[in-house]
Design a protein around this ligand. Structure first.
Ligand SMILES: Cc1ncc(COP(=O)(O)O)c(C=O)c1O
Length: 366
């Protein structure tokens, strides 16, 4: 079966990537991050593949994402780490979803619910996003220890996130995280899941591995580094984005193509219409530059990316309606990569895969 707009996801690749990442992280246990619909790959199938590849934990952003995994029958430990003020922590507890804690009032909210929540306290070691700032570590750990002794919650973990700002900055964050762990231990907490590194840190910052690494992009076979491609890391890109060409026509020289006529044909040529546009996640910033492979030849998007379609000038190549245009996949097979699209659009590979829209059918290779 093939579909008109298709993100073909190789689940075996995800499983192998997880095993590769665990080995690259010195055999540190792995949490695979399946937030944002598994970076666009599908949360539930990606989670199952990750567990098959040896992941011990799954990471999501909010409780709803965790519930989707539980509804599919996934029993592995799940951590959800970013909550809105009205989040239903009781539902998290009922469904055995660990709760990331970002500030003192949130700890109190979680302590006040009927069940005994498993929490991971997030400390800010320098990213300045969510997480408790250092001047409040003593306060939150002391409060958490009180609640734990009273049986209101259990502090299963302490975690933080790297800013990937450079070697010295990573080292500072590692040192900060160690101070946080000492502060937790000093008030009698015994968090047994300590985690700081994501894919980049897991590979390049051994001191950041602690007891668990949270692997997102690497599990999907993409590189977090501009200077190292997936293959050099032993990873296989899991997603191939393609569509069936919907129309082909011959047009004369001097024809303007797509909105604004940013592209004008230099000679009589063939245009192929690919039914993927910015509503499907094809970045409009890649107008005129995004690479597309058709029948083994890579072309550039001709003119602007529209909401539902892109046009490719294929010259005199024999391209037909029904041929498949591949936007990105595993470059080993000669097609463009998600990184190529990221470069064309001035963004990162994360955004290319995570933004694939809902009109694109996810098809899975088991
Ligand atoms: C808290 C946290 N941990 C881990 C990850 C996974 O990062 P990566 O995809 O770089 O492995 C993310 C993703 O942004 C995150 O927000």
């Amino acid at each position: 079966m093939s579909t008109v707009r298709e993100a073909l996801v190789d689940l075996g690749a995800i499983a192998r990537n997880v095993a590769t990442m665990r080995a690259a992280a010195g055999d540190t246990p792995v949490m695979v991050v399946v937030k944002a619909n598994g970076y666009g790959h599908g949360a539930v199938p990606s989670a199952r593949a990750a567990l098959a590849g040896g992941a011990e934990w799954l990471g999501v952003v909010d409780i709803a994402e965790g519930l989707e995994l539980r509804a599919a029958g996934i029993r592995a430990p799940i951590l959800a780490w970013l909550h809105d003020p009205a989040a239903d922590y009781a539902v998290a507890v009922e469904n055995n979803i660990d709760v990331g804690i970002n500030y003192v009032a949130q700890l109190e909210q979680v302590a006040a619910i009927a069940g005994r929540a498993n929490v991971h306290i997030k400390v800010d070691t320098g990213l300045s996003r969510n997480g408790v700032p250092e001047h409040e570590w003593g306060l939150i750990f002391a409060a958490a220890a009180d609640h734990e002794r009273a049986g209101r919650l259990a502090v299963r973990g302490v975690f933080s996130h790297l800013a990937n700002a450079g070697e010295a900055e990573d080292a500072q964050q590692v040192a900060g995280f160690q101070r946080a762990l000492e502060a937790a231990t000093a008030v009698g907490l015994t968090p047994h899941v300590t985690h700081l590194a994501a894919t980049a840190g897991a590979i390049r910052v051994p001191a950041a591995r602690f007891g668990l690494v949270r692997i997102g992009i690497g599990a999907y076979g993409l590189s977090p580094f501009a200077d190292e491609q997936p293959r050099e890391l032993g990873l296989t890109p899991a997603m191939q984005l393609s569509a069936i060409i919907a129309s082909v026509k011959r047009i004369p020289a001097g024809s303007g193509v797509s909105y604004g006529y940013d592209y004008v044909t230099e000679r009589e040529t063939t245009l192929a219409l690919v039914p993927l546009g910015y509503a499907d996640g094809v970045p409009r910033h890649a107008s005129g530059t995004g690479p597309v492979s058709i029948n083994g030849v890579t072309y550039r998007v001709s003119g602007r990316v529209a909401m539902d379609q892109i046009v490719i000038d294929v010259g005199d190549a024999p391209v037909s309606i029904g041929d498949r245009a591949i936007l990105f996949g595993d470059p080993i097979s000669g097609v463009p990569s998600a990184a190529d699209w990221a470069q064309a659009a001035g963004t990162i590979n994360y955004e290319i895969v995570a933004c694939i829209g809902s009109r694109v059918t996810r098809r899975y290779l088991e």
